[in-house]
Design a protein around this ligand. Structure first.
Ligand code: SD4
Length: 331
């Protein structure tokens, strides 16, 4: 039997054991980790308020014994197709030129991942990302290539700039002299999600229209594996929201998974990642970032730099919004 291999399911099918998945901080010796599997452990978390609706759909998939990757795709599709959501999919706020350009990525329990960036005119980029993962030898497609691939896979060409998003963009152009707005709790709700299925497998994904009124061509953290999301099924998963530039610089989600591997709880790991961002940026003004994480045991955590970040939680018992812990008050 190989080290780190999934060892066995218990006779009741409610626990599984892995070796060396999450070492405790001071032990070099490989302690077996027992983690729960089974229907009573299924759960979903996702960023911001819009996560409540998305979680419901994702949870339905899990409840019907579906796999985590399906839960992620179906859940995130809800937010992408919500015309009222100005941060994701159709209705997302455009870049400075008025183009809606979308970023998304998805990752499963076997390190398979797919991603699209700078994708125009396709309502559900997370589904295109999944096709990249499943139907190509690549991880990431961008721009026109991603669009052409989506059309080839029978996705529909859509106008993504709604009348209300267009109006907001025009007002911004007139009033703000091309100054980028802050990414905060009032104007942003990119969705990033983690799901744990009945087999004890995790998946994660993220989808966004990115920083409103960004420069044309800008790509954030959300389609970047390791920044916007990361997952090691023997350890846990993490995903991000907020200013992508700061998240990319510390490989935020990957950092959190590595911290969990070395013994941090999801909560501690998210906090340490935020501290790294705090310490690696001179100007913290308007630099909101938030992380959520779940480990193999289904324990969850989150942390943001500023107040105002929340995330949605759903399991068999409850669906709720949780206010994240944070470092600084938003004024
Ligand atoms: C980006 N991280 O494009 C995204 C934006 C975001 O809540 O998450 N906003 O940088």
């Amino acid at each position: 039997m190989k080290r780190r291999d999934f060892v066995k399911l218990s006779s009741l099918g409610t626990t599984a054991i892995i070796l060396d998945g999450c070492k405790t901080k001071d032990s070099a010796e490989k302690k077996p980790i027992v983690y729960p599997v089974g229907m009573k452990n299924i759960k979903v978390i996702s960023t911001w308020n819009a996560g409540l609706q998305a979680n419901k759909v994702a949870f339905e998939v899990l409840k019907n014994k579906g796999v985590a990757i399906d839960a992620i795709e179906k859940g995130l599709n809800v937010t992408e197709s919500d015309l009222e959501n100005t941060s994701v999919g159709i209705g997302g706020l455009p870049d400075a030129n008025g183009d809606v350009t979308l970023d998304a990525c998805i990752m499963d329990h076997e390190f398979n991942c797919g991603s699209v960036s700078y994708l125009k005119n396709i309502e559900n980029p997370i589904s295109v990302a999944r096709k990249v993962m499943e139907d190509t030898p690549h991880v990431m497609l961008s721009g026109k290539g991603a669009y052409d691939f989506a059309i080839q896979k029978d996705f529909e060409h859509q106008e993504l700039l709604t009348e209300s998003s267009k109006k907001m963009w025009k007002e911004w152009k007139l009033e703000n002299n091309n100054v980028l707005p802050a990414i905060n709790h009032e104007n942003h709700d990119t969705i990033a999600m983690i799901a744990l299925d009945e087999k004890g497998n995790l998946s994660t994904g993220c989808t966004t229209s990115g920083w409103a009124y960004k420069l044309g061509g800008r790509v954030g953290d959300s389609p970047i594996i390791g920044a916007g999301v990361y997952l090691d099924n023997q350890v846990g998963a993490a995903c991000a929201t907020g200013m992508g530039e700061a998240i990319i610089k510390i490989c935020g989600s990957h950092a959190i998974v590595e911290l969990m591997r070395n013994g941090s709880s999801p909560q501690e790991a998210c906090k340490i990642a935020v501290q790294r961002i705090k310490n690696s940026n001179k100007d913290l003004k308007d630099l909101q970032v938030g992380f959520i994480a779940m480990n193999k045991n289904g324990e969850i955590g989150s942390y943001s730099l500023y107040s105002g970040f929340n995330y949605a939680y759903q399991d068999a018992q409850e669906s709720k919004l949780i206010d994240s812990k944070f470092d600084l008050e938003w004024d």
